[in-house]
Design a protein around this ligand. Structure first.
Ligand code: MN
Ligand code: MN
Length: 470
């Protein structure tokens, strides 16, 4: 009979791996939910280009969902919700579980810093009657992508008297913005012969910020520079010396946009890693009374190696868990040793235009759901934690049980390059951890692309992880 499955088909279905189910398997209703979820995500993305802004926006979301500032001396009960901010650049959201952290906590950790261009400590100069900023790029970026696009200036300046001034200039399309210039093709005969990595150097990333001199009859030098500084002084009350105690970043000034005739994708700046941060935050906001305390932690400095007191190598999260453990009458190290973690970071989606960089069988694809990466790092499995078969088994079963679309993913071909995440630093605390995140096209570009259903599946995965009963 024609509709009877053959023996071979049956055997195949039983023991062979099938193609990832992908977006095809989703109902219209589920796709609509994904689209709706992404409305909130785009707002988060547009309001969180740098880590300080991401922390502020997250705290706002958390407070409206009933989270209160963490007090190490207070006593917490199951269902209590707290947030804990680290130096305005990292934040933990915790929902206290039925057993607290006695049997460990469940952690979802994403990063909220993204590649960008930072100002040097002494940035302002005036060559040939133009005012420019000297910069030092932040994170792994292809420098040529950052020329000739509109840029905004975001960050904070600390004045001599200790006042902190927040700066945000260039996002509104009616407001001026800034730009790194590039050489015209007519004169670029030498430049275009250079390899991509060398065509634009780090010291070439100078940002054009003004061209009119200060209005005076006095014969003074550097009047364009003076004019720029007087505008900044008027608006923010800052002086040139204040740049020394500032963190100012240039980021693309465009907002996120839907991509494709079907609006199935989102283009925007900083998907890496806000696209995992937002779903992890929403999972913490939505989980009711979990069995184990659930913590979403948004960390800083991942793009430059997770160093420093706001990066994942800092003891901030460890101490937070120690504080929670103290309340529950267990040793902090025991709470940590029993904890499990999803290292929530993006991975490279297969790009058919650059197919040769990928190994098709172990790549992740747009619209196939969240990616589990057993390990990241580079050639020879260096610089990574390699999740155990047992933990992979646990997470795989969890995703299957909860109908989350998922796929495996290794970042490109062996020896083709590589990249790390915070997973290894979490593993070093004796925590079971694996990378789980969203596939991204054009990662680290000023305009990265993700699929809406993948973003939603990340939320579903984090929620299932938090809500799991052991
Ligand atoms: Mn990342
Ligand atoms: Mn990155």
């Amino acid at each position: 009979m024609a509709d009877e499955k053959s023996k071979t088909t049956k055997l195949k279905e039983k023991i062979m791996m099938t193609e990832p189910k992908g977006v095809k398997s989703l109902t219209k209703k589920e796709i609509k939910k994904a689209d709706e979820f992404c409305v909130g995500y785009k707002k988060f993305l547009d309001n969180s280009p740098i880590e300080r802004e991401a922390v502020r926006y997250t705290v706002g979301l958390a407070e409206s969902a009933g989270f209160a500032k963490f007090d190490p001396e207070a006593e917490y009960r199951a269902g209590d919700k707290v947030y804990y901010v680290n130096r305005d650049k990292a934040v933990a959201l915790a929902v206290i579980g039925e057993y607290g952290v006695k049997n460990g906590a469940r952690l979802a950790i994403a990063h909220i810093d993204s590649p960008r261009i930072d100002l040097k400590p002494n940035p302002l100069y005036e060559p040939n009657n133009l005012a420019l900023f000297k910069t030092h790029y932040y994170g792994g970026l292809k420098k040529y992508q950052w020329t000739t696009i509109p840029l905004s200036l975001h960050g904070s300046v600390v004045k001599l008297d200790g006042t902190v001034v927040d700066v945000s200039w260039g996002d509104d399309e009616n407001e001026s913005c800034f730009c790194v210039t590039d050489l015209l093709p007519h004169l670029a005969q030498e430049q275009v012969k250079k390899p991509l990595a060398k065509a634009i150097s780090g010291e070439d990333l100078n940002v054009l910020i003004g061209s009119r001199p200060y209005d005076t009859k006095d014969e003074e030098k550097d009047l364009v520079k003076l004019n720029v500084m007087s505008i900044l002084n008027k608006k923010y009350g800052i002086c040139e010396g204040d740049f020394l105690s500032a963190e100012l970043c240039l980021i693309p000034s465009f907002k996120s946009r839907d991509i494709g005739f079907d609006s199935s994708m989102i283009g925007g700046y900083g998907h890496d890693d806000k696209v995992c941060a937002y779903p992890a935050v929403m999972a913490a906001l939505d989980v009711q009374i979990p069995e184990k305390t659930c913590i979403t932690y948004l960390t800083d400095k991942e793009e430059t190696g997770s160093d420093g007191n706001t990066g994942m190598q800092s003891d901030f999260l460890r101490y937070f868990i120690y504080d929670l453990a103290k309340q529950d009458g267990v040793e902090g190290y025991r709470a940590l040793s029993n904890s499990t973690c999803l290292s929530a970071d993006v991975s490279a989606a297969f790009d058919p235009t650059y197919a040769s960089a990928y190994e098709a069988n172990n790549s992740s694809y747009i619209n196939n759901g969240v990616i589990i990466s057993k390990y990241t790092g580079h050639g020879g499995k260096y610089d990574t934690s390699d999740a155990s078969a047992e933990y992979m088994g646990k997470i795989r079963a969890l995703l299957e049980k909860n109908d989350v679309l998922w796929q495996v993913g290794e970042l490109g071909k062996v020896d083709g390059g590589g990249g790390g995440t915070i997973a290894k630093y979490v593993a070093n605390m004796n925590v079971d951890v694996v990378d789980l995140g969203v596939p991204v096209l054009s990662m680290h570009a000023p305009f990265e692309i993700v699929s809406k259903t993948d973003v939603y599946m990340a939320y579903r995965a984090f929620f299932a992880f938090f809500d799991e009963k052991d």
